[in-house]
Design a protein around this ligand. Sequence first.
Ligand code: PEP
Length: 251
Amino acid sequence: MSRKTIIAGNWKMNKTPKEAEALLGEVLPKAAGAACEVVVCTPYVDLPTACRVAAGSKVKVGAQNVHFEASGAFTGEISTGMLNELGVAYVIIGHSERREYFAETDETVSKKIGAALAAGILPILCVGESLEQREQNVTSEHIRTQIKVALRNVSAADMPKVVIAYEPIWAIGTGKTATSAQAQEVCQMVRETVKECFDAAVADSVSILYGGSMNAKNAAELLAQPDIDGGLIGGASLKAEDFGKIIAAAG
Ligand code: PEP
């Protein structure tokens, strides 16, 4: 198994460029000796600063969204070419907050994954169920559909570049973490779904992250699960101390 362990911070709509420079300055030394890949996904306006500060370090910079078209009349949107020019390595696609508040659909997610891959930017595809879906026992069905639609135009050759983050919506920003058993169960199902769409070798090569109130205390147990290859971290990524502990827990 050659898949990467990835610890990715999602700063959401937090930190001005100056604040981003200060936080990243604290994160860099904590990531310096990391065996895993460390990523910080910042607001768009912080990306130039983050790319400059992180240049030559262990930390890769990611965006939190991208448009699927190359250019044109899409007021307020950002293209892959714009991200490329800054040196952005990753982009979060289909985060549940984008799906809930900004009408992101499996269709747009699919197009965005295609655009990111075509531009050489590594997509972090987010999937996950609501509390209602979990209680109705449709978690697996829902996530399988999200993955199948999102990946339907991706080639097997491109799949090792795709990162999938399983993020139960009920665990995001709530302080309510999925148990390691719950997280492992779904991450295993995610890998099975990738296997059905492609094959076992492709499924083995894909890094699957868990996201949802991961913190310095629970990270080690979650990261020890066989199908969890890292974390997508919101709140705890805004505190260098905590983010550093999660990086250390990833080995
Ligand atoms: C996220 O935003 O992807 C996330 C997992 O947030 P938090 O860690 O705050 O739950």
